[in-house]
Every structure is written in C-alpha cells, then in structure tokens.
Design a protein around this ligand. Structure first.
Ligand code: PLP
Ligand code: COI
Length: 370
C-alpha cells in the first residue's frame, strides 16, 4: 500500500505501517457513541502519523491506536504555536461505499499553510493517503444518515528548543471524529455577532491559512458572540473596520433580489473549499456570483430595503447554515424574517447530495475510498 513521492529524492516510497488498535471500542459501545455524536467530542480508535526531521525527511508513516503524544515541555509548538490543521469529511453512501470530498484541495491548502508558517511541506499524495488509510481503519465509525466522519489532519512543530525559529522536526497526524450537525439546531438559521472590537486578520498576516493561532485569537470575539446570545462571530476587515470578512470558522455568502450572490474576496480570509464549491454550483445553475467587498452598513441597508434576500455561512463543519439574525453594538437586524431561504437550502441540498453520492459529480470532487 505504498505511495511514491518525490519530495526527498524522487525514488523514495512511503509505506504506511498498519498497526490496528489492540483494544478497539466494542461494537455495542461504538453504536452508543454514534447515536448522537454532536461535533468533535467522540473519536475513533486509530490515528495516522508521519514524522519529519531534517536528516530523514518524511518517515515513520503509521496507522496506529489513537494515543497521547508525549511532548517535552520545551517542544516548540507549546511556545510559539507553529501549528496548522485541516478539516474534511468522509460520507457513507447508500450502497455502503465511502466518499471523500475534495481531499486534494485540503492537501493543497495544507501545503500553503505549511509554507506560510515556515513548516515542512507534506507532499499532497501523502496527506491523501494518510486520510484514506485512516478512513479504511475506522470505516465502522462513519455514522449513517446525515452524519459523517470529520477528519482532522494537523501538524505540530516538535523540536525541543526555545529559540524562535522554524522547527527542524514535525509530527503530521490525522484523527477522526464521527459528527452530526455543527450547530445544535442543525440547518436552522443561526444568529451572528458583528465584532467591532476585535479583528481576525490583517493584510500580510495569516488570515488565509489554517493555523491554530488564528482560532486562538478569535476566541475572545466568539465568547463575546455567545455572551450576546449569538451562535457565531463575524469579523470585519482590520483596516477600515467596515468590510465583512468571515465568521470564526466559516465563510459567508449574500443572496440578492436579482438572484445574484456575492461573497467577500480572497486575501485575508480562509479560501474555503465549501466556498469554492458553492461558487461553482451557483455559477453552473446560471446565477451570477461576485467576489467583492461588502460593508456592514450596506448589509444592514440591503436587509432593510429587501434587496438582500438571504445570507448564509458555509464550511466543512457547518455545511451551509442560513443566517437569520445579525446583532451588533450598533443595532440588530434580521434577514428573510429570520427564516431559512430557498437559495441557501437549495445549494445545501445540491452540495450534500454530491457529497453522499446521491447526485452526479460533474466537477469530479468525490474520491471513492475503496
Ligand atoms: N473560514 C474559516 C475561518 C474556517 O475555519 C473554515 C473551516 O474550515 C472555513 C472558512 C471554511 O472552509 P472549508 O469550506 O474549507 O471548510
Ligand atoms: C471546518 O469546518 O473544518 C473547521 O475547521 C471549522 C471549525 C470551526 C470546526
């Protein structure tokens, strides 16, 4: 089950050593855990691990029992947060097969994140192989129905050194978590809080990569959103504090009365794979999609005038979640009377049907895990 990669010298073969867990969860316990998994609290029996050091390059690829990492207290990631991650899902098809959705796009974004964070770049085929091998090892953990297996590839700086410099050693790992809906209310409309005190990303910063530090820096604003009774925070740009950027863990779309859609342009936001897929689906169905700046003042005015019909958040974890209420220190407004709209729900169905293999896949997004 080896795959070749040319990052080292073009001739190296990477083989995952498969070491099944000695004491896997019993079928009865697994069924109980799968009944109502929520998001990110239940984990499977295995993990994938690949190590990097400067002498050996990428090596030691294994699927093994999920276990703690022993970390020296001086390990670089614990001090300077050199860490990146990804999120993608495996879906169980009605015929019992398993689909991954655009894992190549996650592998590419992971390399970009590594580059920005001065980390070793994992070859994309190794990323995909690690994900596939873990899904094979833990395929009994994929929930049926509308659940899925959330896969979390990540990489940490593992050098034991307190100097501030890129680590010379890394651990890449993938863990898996059976999940239901990210929001407690499922696809019911969510409420969002506009953060006027905190920003998420500046030009030249790390907003467009998936590093843990971005999320650490967003938590105070997200906590403020929860205090205000909202599900998620939405950030404005750091320069003018007017342009909508994205939510704490999701991109955002606006739907107008002429049937067109708009979404904030790339730059300081995460280039979401769901965002990219929605742009493709909407364009294929004939809608105009603009990637353009949109201010909070305009959003409020368009919601009041009726020019704005819908707004929705999107991401791997959230899928597509309509936004019903927007709250901020300078006043609240609702969208579409606080109800889910047909464009968001239609796109959600199109996307989910492709992911679960219930609809054709004209964009070649699905990778079948044999
Ligand atoms: N924006 C942020 C900050 C995120 O954390 C995520 C989730 O991964 C997204 C957007 C959506 O990205 P994707 O659609 O690739 O999951
Ligand atoms: C994802 O959607 O994969 C994310 O990483 C978002 C996170 C808030 C769970």
């Amino acid at each position: 089950m080896g795959i070749s990669f040319d990052a080292v010298d073009g001739s190296v073969w990477l083989n995952f050593d498969i070491q099944p867990a000695a004491n896997p969860t019993s079928a009865t316990d697994r069924t109980a855990k799968l009944a109502n998994p929520g998001f990110g609290r239940v984990f499977t029996d295995h993990m994938a691990i690949v190590r990097y050091d400067q002498a050996k390059g990428w090596h030691g690829a294994r699927i093994e029992a999920r276990a703690n990492f022993p970390l020296d207290p001086a390990t670089a990631v614990l001090h300077y947060a050199q860490e990146i991650f990804e999120g993608l899902k495996a879906y169980k098809r009605d015929d019992g097969g398993v689909n991954l959705f655009r894992p190549d796009a996650n592998a590419r974004r992971f390399r970009n994140s590594a580059d920005r964070m001065a980390m070793a770049q994992l070859p994309e085929p190794v990323f995909i192989e690690a994900v596939e091998q873990l899904v094979r090892a833990d395929r009994d953990w994929i929930p049926g129905g509308e659940g899925s297996l959330y896969l979390r590839p990540f990489m940490i700086a593992n050098e034991v050194f307190l100097g501030v410099k890129p680590s010379a050693e890394y651990i890449f790992a993938v863990i898996a978590s059976p999940v239901g809906s990210y929001f407690k209310g499922g696809p019911a409309p969510v409420s969002i809080w506009v953060s006027e005190n905190y920003t998420r990303a500046a030009i030249g910063g790390t907003g467009s990569v998936k590093c843990g530090g971005n999320y650490a820096a967003s938590l105070r604003a997200q906590a403020e959103a929860i205090e205000r009774g909202c599900d998620q925070v939405v950030f404005l740009d750091a320069l003018e504090r007017r342009y909508i950027e994205e939510l704490g863990g999701m991109n955002v779309f606006f739907v107008f009365d002429d049937g067109s859609l708009s979404t904030p342009p790339l730059g300081t936001i995460l280039p979401g794979i769901t965002r990219d897929s929605i742009i493709a689906l909407a364009k294929a169905s004939g809608a105009q999609v603009r990637e353009e700046p949109y201010t909070i003042e305009q959003w409020r005015a368009d919601a009041a005038s009726g020019r704005l019909k819908e707004a929705f958040a999107c991401g791997t974890a959230a899928v597509i979640s309509p936004i019903g209420q927007v709250r901020s220190a300078s006043g609240d407004f609702s969208i579409n009377g606080g109800a889910a709209g047909p464009v968001a729900m239609g796109l959600r169905k199109q996307l989910v049907d492709i992911q679960y293999g219930r609809a054709p896949d004209p964009h070649n997004w699905i990778r079948n895990v044999a």
